[in-house]
Design a protein around this ligand. Structure first.
Ligand code: ARG
Ligand code: GLU
Length: 719
């Protein structure tokens, strides 16, 4: 008896842990979570979070610029997001005279706020379940191909009908891998202006060195404002537009939070894959990621070598380095996490239990061979995944090739091509040329080219090698000899030659362009991909998706049958979600414990004027030395900078509001800890943590550091 009670207790507590932190929930369906959220400490109701009848928190959350989350913090449409989310706009508005990246930017009045052409902020107005309508006409007998056709046609029709009756943007998205469909109405704001950004040595403090890592000290925020037409509607940019009056804006808490306190995060997670079979997780984590990690590591070593030597190169390659380095570091964390957590073994155990369960009843026939079929299909898929990975992580990392790709259209011009079309192609090529050479360092590209081509040759079997690789092997002494010739003969290494060529372009020159070795190399690898890899990749991908749809349905039935209390959340798909968890540190490995918050003291400990990522400005040091934190200090007297909690977040959650038990803003989510990045595939509450910048540090920088206290006056502050 004792044993039974004990094991029940273990199971129950395990279960509780899982439910407490894991999950990205659809706000419309949050009623199911309300009791648990309140038991964990939440003081509000889910109706306060999401309501279609009256204003609620959802009216203050937006999908920011297509890839991040933002939240509204004043009744005049003031919006907060991460520095790394606003980065492109800060860079866009920066010039040598006004270098906002380096020095920061603060509009001192609304007139000084900067328009951002092409930006968007998307706000969900409502959503509804349209599964039945989307699957109308689909029966048990319908084949997968027919099903896809029916679903596409139904979605098109339903969407058109809805659009005819609404001013809002309408989208229909698949949830639970094609088992559910929701229609979402969005308001799309296009006049969003840049209001403020801290200098990069605050907004990006720690840079790529600290990226994905705890303890962290990044002031990762920037400030924007939504404008609407004078009648209050979302509109394109116009001087006549006025600040947006939202239905809701988040009050800001200056009280901070303690270990164990309830929090929730509201935002737009992009993609997770929590319901894959073991074979798929293994392919991702143990076959594909290690290749990308290895190749990117080698490229980053080359970048580093040149960046360390020359400050100009450091700036030129900063953004490229950040882009490659972000995935590189994250995937290393995924690989390690999955292996430490025995993730594949856990998945295998589940696959086995699932199959045994399927055996128990004739009605579960559809699930019986799923795991075996997955194994066959993924084995067939593997060489194609590898081919795509090698192409994108090797040949397409040669900058001169992807630059040459911008000239493909011009190389196909004939004497019959209309002049307007030619002019357009020339204009596009010119724009690409100025962007390219601003940040191009040829010695890096040459070294990368030799390295990646050698890797490509070494690691892809004959039948997955583009002709280019065979030519190199057969006609050149070695890869270096080919690379030397490529860079000696192509015109794409000289901005002057490229511009001259464009200025003098006539259709008769197209042939010569098509023979440029860089463009030829690009065409060769891409043609190979298009002719030999792409179609099969799509075909197998679709088969896998069809099987995953059945597996997902099976898993929902399995849990309904085996542990009916378990709620199942759909994988992330760039729709609005709520996740909740408690503030708390963790133990990344034996003998190591992490605390749940960092302070300004940590910034001063990391300070190093010789290392770009750790430069601290005099102004910040003065404020630190004077301990001039005003009302933004914690009750312990220090300035808190960042904190971690057990919220299930992923890419796209950057900039998301992290809220306390009363729904007041505590900070902005901006990262996860490296040890827990496997949470996109398997969630482990003991090590998965999201990282947020403390809102008090954000306000301290705005107010004390930048002197933009008029922005604070707009906000609703809870002391
Ligand atoms: N790791 C975060 C994310 O996935 C932040 C990336 C930007 N920061 C950086 N230092 N590169 O997007
Ligand atoms: N930095 C990520 C983003 O830009 C969030 C980190 C994560 O993947 O959780 O969305």
């Amino acid at each position: 008896m004792k044993k039974i009670i004990l094991s029940f207790f273990i199971v129950a507590s395990l279960f509780f842990n899982l439910r407490a932190d894991e999950g990205m929930w659809i706000p419309m369906l949050l009623q199911n979570n309300e009791q648990e959220m309140q038991e964990m400490g939440m003081n509000i109701t889910v109706e306060d979070i999401y309501s279609i009848n009256h204003s609620s928190m959802k009216d203050a959350v937006v999908l920011f610029d297509g890839g991040c989350t933002g939240e509204i913090v004043s009744d005049q449409g003031l919006l907060l997001t991460n520095h790394h989310c606003g980065f492109d706009w800060i860079q866009y508005h920066s010039t040598v005279e006004h270098d906002y990246l380096t020095h920061g930017f603060w509009a001192m009045s609304k007139e000084e706020e900067l328009p951002c052409p092409g930006i968007s902020a998307v706000m969900l107005k409502s959503m509804e379940d349209v599964t039945e309508r989307v699957l109308e006409g689909v029966t048990k007998e319908t084949s997968n191909d027919e099903r896809a056709e029916i679903v596409t046609a139904n979605i098109k029709r339903i969407k058109e009908e809805a659009e005819a009756n609404s001013d809002y943007q309408v989208i229909i998205k698949s949830f639970y891998h094609g088992n559910k469909y929701y229609m979402i109405y969005n308001e799309v704001f296009k006049d969003v202006r840049m209001v403020g950004a801290p200098p990069s040595n605050i907004g990006k403090f720690g840079g790529d060195t600290d990226n994905w890592v705890w303890p962290r000290h990044t002031g990762d925020f920037s400030v924007f404002r939504i404008y609407v037409s004078p009648d209050g509607k979302a509109a394109d940019y116009s001087e006549d537009n006025v600040p947006y009056t939202p239905n809701y804006h988040f009050p800001i808490s200056l009280k901070g939070a303690d270990e164990g306190d309830f929090t929730f995060v509201f935002g737009y997670p992009a993609r997770t894959n929590e319901y894959l079979p073991a074979v798929a997780v293994n392919q991702e984590a143990n076959i594909i990621y290690p290749i990308s990690v290895d190749l990117r590591g080698k490229i980053l070593d080359i970048y580093n070598k040149y960046q360390e030597k020359d400050p100009k190169v450091r700036i030129q390659y900063a953004s490229k380095h950040a882009g490659l380095g972000n995935g590189w570091k994250k995937w290393m964390g995924v690989i390690e996490g999955i292996n430490n957590f025995k993730g594949i073994q856990k998945k295998k155990n589940f696959d086995r239990k699932f199959t045994e369960w399927a055996l128990e009843s004739r009605q579960r026939g559809a699930y019986l061979n799923l795991i075996k079929d997955f194994e066959k299909l993924y084995a067939e898929y593997e060489p194609y995944r590898l081919a795509t990975t090698y192409l994108s992580e090797t040949a397409l990392q040669i900058e001169i090739l992807t630059f040459a790709a911008n000239f493909k259209g011009l190389s196909q011009v004939t004497k019959d091509t209309p002049q307007e079309e030619i002019d357009e192609l020339i204009a596009e090529a010119k724009a690409a040329t100025s962007v390219f050479f601003k940040d191009y360092h040829q010695p890096i590209d040459e070294e990368v080219a030799a390295m990646v081509l050698q890797e490509y040759i070494n690691n892809q079997p004959q039948d997955f090698r583009p002709e280019l690789l065979n030519t190199i092997v057969e006609k050149y002494d070695n890869v270096q000899a080919y690379v030397d010739e490529l860079f000696a003969k192509t015109m794409f290494t000289s901005q002057e030659n490229v511009n001259k060529f464009l200025d003098e372009f006539k259709p008769s020159k197209a042939k010569k362009l098509a023979k440029d070795p860089a463009l030829m190399a690009y065409n060769n690898v891409m043609d190979f991909y298009i002719n030999n890899v792409r179609a099969k990749t799509i075909e197998l991908g679709n088969q896998i998706a069809d099987m995953q749809r059945v597996f997902m349905r099976g898993q929902m039935e399995y849990h309904a049958d085996q542990n009916p209390d378990k709620m199942m959340y759909p994988d992330a798909n760039f729709t609005l979600r709520v996740t909740y968890g408690k503030i708390g540190g963790f133990k990344p490995k034996d003998a190591v414990t992490y605390k749940h918050f960092t302070t300004l003291d940590g910034i001063m400990q990391k300070e190093n004027p010789d290392i770009y990522d750790y430069v601290v400005t005099d102004r910040l040091r003065e404020l630190y030395e004077a301990k001039d934190y005003g009302r933004y200090a914690d009750k312990d007297g220090s300035m808190h900078v960042a904190f971690i909690a057990g919220n299930h977040t992923t890419g796209g959650n950057s900039g998301s509001p992290i809220l306390n038990a009363d729904g007041h803003l505590l900070g902005l989510n901006f990262d996860r800890t490296w040890e827990g990045t496997m949470s996109d595939l398997i969630y482990d509450p003991s090590i998965c943590r999201n990282i947020s910048v403390d809102i008090r540090y954000v306000l301290f920088i705005i107010d004390k550091y930048a002197g933009a206290s008029y922005l604070i006056d707009e906000m609703t502050i809870i002391e």
